[in-house]
Ligand binder design. Structure first.
Ligand SMILES: [Zn+2]
Length: 281
C-alpha cells in the first residue's frame, strides 16, 4: 500500500501538470473504485481550475477554483500515470487539462477512491476527521509524542500507527523510525525514555524526508507508459531485513508480529524496556 512518502511524491508530481490548469475533460471508465464515484464528479471537475495539489495523511487533495476538493486515495495498487502514450486496461479515470496534459488514475485492484467535497468541509470529511498532526508539520514533535505516549500501556509501534496520534504513518516508516530512535517496537508508550522520544521526533520526519527525496529523483518514472508507483525499497535499515546484519552493530535483525503485522528491529540497538527498570540508553 502506498505510504505517506509515495503519496507526497505523487502530489508533487501532479502539481506542475495541474496547478493553474483547467480540466477540459474528465472521463470515468467505470462507476467507481472501492466506492461509487460521487454524483457529478466529471461535471464538477470539468472546467474547474486546479489551485492546489496537497496531501493530508495518505490522501491526495486537489483544490479547485470552484471551492471543491477532490480527495484521492491510491488504495493498494493505485498510481497516477502522467501523460501516458496510450491508455491501459486499468486506467479507470482519465483527467485531461485544456493545456493538453493527461493523467490516468490506474488501479488494478480497485481499492482506491475518489471523493469530492467542499474545500471548507474537507477536514471534516469522514476520511480526514480526527486525524492527528502531520509528521512533517509544525504540530509534530517531542512534546506531542510525550503527551500521547504518557501512561500508555499500548506498544509504541501501535501508537505510532494510530492515525489519530500521527497522520499517515505506516508500517515501513514506523519500523525505520523506531530503529533510528533505538526504541523496541513492543515498548509500552508510557515507558519510552524522554531522550528516546526526542530521538523519535527527529527520526520520524527524517525517514519520511529521505524516502520523499528518493522518490523525487524518480518522479519521471510516472511519465513512463508502465510507470509504477513503487516503494522506495533502497535504504531500509530494518524493514524486510530479518536475518540480515544490523547496519549499526551487526546483530541479526529480528521480525516479530504485532497486531498481525510484521515489525523488524535490532534486538541490540532497540532494547525492550522492562517494568521497574529504566530503558538502557
Ligand atoms: Zn543493531
Amino acid at each position: 500500500m502506498p505510504e505517506l512518502p509515495e503519496v507526497e511524491t505523487v502530489m508533487r508530481g501532479l502539481a506542475p501538470a495541474w496547478i493553474g490548469q483547467r480540466f477540459g475533460r474528465v472521463t470515468l471508465n467505470r462507476p467507481g473504485l472501492r466506492r461509487p464515484f460521487p454524483d457529478g464528479l466529471g461535471q464538477r471537475l470539468t472546467g474547474a481550475v486546479v489551485i492546489a495539489c496537497r496531501r493530508r495523511a495518505k490522501y491526495g487533495l486537489v483544490d479547485t477554483d470552484r471551492g471543491d476538493t477532490m480527495i484521492l486515495h491510491l488504495g493498494m495498487s493505485g498510481r497516477m500515470r502522467l501523460d501516458p502514450a496510450e491508455l491501459l486496461k486499468h486506467d479507470h479515470v482519465v483527467f485531461e487539462t485544456e493545456s493538453g496534459r493527461r493523467v490516468a488514475f490506474n488501479d488494478a485492484r480497485r481499492f482506491g477512491s475518489i471523493d469530492l467535497v467542499a474545500t471548507a468541509e474537507a477536514e471534516h470529511h469522514p476520511l480526514l476527521a480526527g486525524i492527528g498532526p502531520e509528521p512533517l508539520g509544525s504540530g509534530f514533535g517531542a512534546r506531542h509524542l510525550a503527551d500521547v505516549f504518557k501512561d500508555r500501556l499500548a506498544p509504541v509501534k501501535a501508537l505510532l500507527l494510530d492515525q489519530r496520534i500521527v497522520a499517515g504513518l505506516g508500517n515501513i516508516y514506523v519500523c525505520e523510525a523506531l530503529f533510528r530512535a533505538g526504541i523496541h517496537p513492543a515498548c509500552p508508550g508510557g515507558q519510552v525514555a524522554a531522550i528516546r522520544i526526542e530521538a523519535l521526533a527527529v527520526a520520524v520526519p527524517a525517514v519520511l524526508e529521505a524516502a520523499i527525496a528518493a522518490g523525487g529523483s524518480s518522479l519521471r518514472d510516472h511519465a513512463a507508459p508502465d510507470g509504477t508507483l513503487g516503494y522506495f525499497q533502497k535504504g531500509f535499515q530494518v524493514y524486510g531485513q530479518a536475518g540480515n546484519a544490523c547496519t549499526a552493530c551487526a546483530t541479526r535483525v529480528e521480525r516479530i508480529v504485532q497486531s498481525g503485522r510484521s515489525s523488524f528491529f535490532c534486538p541490540e540497538c532497540q532494547r525492550q524496556a522492562e517494568v521497574g527498570h529504566p530503558q538502557r540508553l
